[in-house]
Design a protein around this ligand. Sequence first.
Ligand code: TYM
Length: 326
Amino acid sequence: MKRVFSGVQPTGNLHLGNYLGALKQFVELQEDHECIYCIVDMHAITVPQDPKELKSHILDVASLYLSVGVDPKKSIVFVQSDVPGHAELSWILTCCSYTGELSRMTQFKAKSHNKESAPTGLFTYPVLMAADILLYDTDVVPVGTDQRQHIELCRDLATRVNNTRKKTFVVPEGRYLKEGARIMALDDPTQKMSKSAENIHSRISLLDEPSKIKKSIMKATTDSEGIIRFDQENKPGISNLMNIYSVLSGKSLSDLEKEYEGKGYGDFKKDLVEITVDALAPFREKFEEIRYSEDLIRILKDGAERAGAIAEKTIARVKENFGLGL
Ligand code: TYM
């Protein structure tokens, strides 16, 4: 069975982009893969975090994993900092990476605003991400396309180590869905939907109330043509909504074009509200059940133990191949 690894940062409420780009794949893959899903809290501290809030967000994200259908009987679910191998391998890989390749990462450039005072953790963030993946001999990494450059760096690092030393790492593949891989902001379809944007109507959070979902979708930016047609370049707003509709309903984009021929954006949006509310309602219900249950902590501790056992073996192999330790 192929092994899958992926992670989500515990920063704020997860949104529809996180679900359609990543979490939906997590659930599908666990049927015929060995899956390991992580809450990457050490990535979150690359920018300042309030300790109490971070703890609470870790449990929120873990609960959301389970609420959308990640099954701890099939998949390992754990918190990154509970397995020390991530930090250990991250340092070893830092010593194999170049400042040039890290400074070319677009997310670093965007988040550091090219300032010299940018945190070093932001700079080496993709190396920690590579360590997360390589620690588990991962074959497949389900993510949105915003992570593509980081996945490529991970592949480069694995190949570089394999070519200069004994074969040490499995070289993983990124897995990107066709329609959900890049969900755009509802208020500005040229930007990706993000947890941190100021305008709450730019995103739909997975725990949003139906009234909030309705407001955000009805306000979503479209164009003045008024025709429901998929054209990412010239009609990014309606194309983004069509993408969301398509992934949530299972209908193809061309079927949607046919179904809404002669109808306006208002009709389309009203139906999308209904579909989105129906899709998210079970997540909210389950979340309430799981978030404060004792089971949650037990699942995460058990997950850390199982992940830790795999990680220890990789660290031993890496140390051996690098000549580290006794
Ligand atoms: P993060 O926490 O920003 O996002 C979690 C997942 O959601 C996807 N995503 C999106 N997909 C479609 N449309 C969007 N608008 C959108 N926004 C976010 C992301 O691609 C991601 O799959 N660096 C990672 C976390 C990470 C990781 C890893 C992932 C750390 N180590 C190892 C995979 C493997 C991140 O910040 O994701």
